[in-house]
Design a protein around this ligand. Structure first.
Ligand code: PGA
Length: 253
């Protein structure tokens, strides 16, 4: 059985006090059964990781970063390394979010290096992929996503790929309130799994977790989670409200 994950991507939101409040509310509302059904991840801004780690104590909630440097260390002012993230208790890092690709011009090659740094530091990676509406309208979305996967992941060996979680996030669905239909999500998730199977074999592809992201909320989560190849969600806006996020986690049962 592959791992189910519901991950909160807080992006660049919240003050420290707001972050502590939201995290403790989520933690208090979830019971053991729910954190057993799905791994629950929170990806706060870097500067809150340590404080949230202290707050969470032995809670089952797992911390993730939203990005890391492609360099191991050194003179890269303003950057955060994978080793730093591991040292403050992060277990995952999101790499290749469409906002990073779009606003910070992150390339396939750069993302590949970020993934290498993350894996060297025993961090698991949530690797984001997804097409714009222009690409979907031209019916090139499947090839586009395949190229994103091949471009940054396919030099990983059979062992390393097992530390990657894929997040399919169509750009047109992120923050727009316009979620993909469950058919659109399932179609792409199946294509992603088949493509990974061609490269790494069926057994590995069957065990890879593929998340959907893009306007997931408490009302549409259950339908998305019912798709056979949708193994959870990467949640932006709706993860900033404790009750809404917890309802999404509960939809996983
Ligand atoms: P959204 O963001 O849920 O606000 O659409 C998802 C994401 O960008 O990960």
């Amino acid at each position: 059985m592959r791992k189910k994950i519901v991950a909160a991507n807080w992006k660049m939101n919240l003050t420290l006090q707001e972050a502590l409040t939201l995290c403790s509310e989520v933690s208090n509302m979830l019971n053991d059964e729910q954190t057993h059904q799905a791994e629950v991840l929170i990806a706060p801004p870097f500067v809150y990781l340590q404080s949230l780690k202290n707050l969470l104590g032995d809670s089952k909630i797992i911390l993730s970063a939203q990005n890391c440097s492609e360099h191991a260390k050194g003179a890269y002012t303003g950057e955060i390394s994978a080793a730093m993230l591991a040292s403050v208790g992060a277990k995952y890092v999101i790499i290749g979010h469409s906002e990073r690709r779009l606003y910070y011009l992150e390339t396939h090659r750069q993302l590949e290096e970020k993934i290498n740094r993350a894996l060297e530091n025993d961090l698991k990676v949530i690797f984001c992929c997804g097409e714009t509406s222009e690409i979907r309208n031209k019916n090139e979305h499947i090839v586009f996503v395949q190229n994103q996967l091949a471009g940054s992941l396919f030099r990983l060996n059979q062992e390393a790929i097992q530390n990657i979680v894929i997040a399919y996030e169509p750009v047109w669905a992120i923050g727009t309130g316009k979620t993909a239909t469950s058919q659109q999500a399932q179609e792409m998730h199946r294509e992603i799994r088949n493509y990974l199977a061609q490269k790494y074999g069926d057994a590995i592809a069957k065990n890879l977790t593929i998340l959907y992201g893009g306007s997931v909320n408490a009302s549409n989560a259950a339908e998305l989670f019912a798709c056979p190849d949708v193994d959870g969600a990467l949640v932006g806006g709706a993860s900033l409200k404790s009750r809404e996020f917890v309802e999404i986690v509960k939809a996983m049962k």
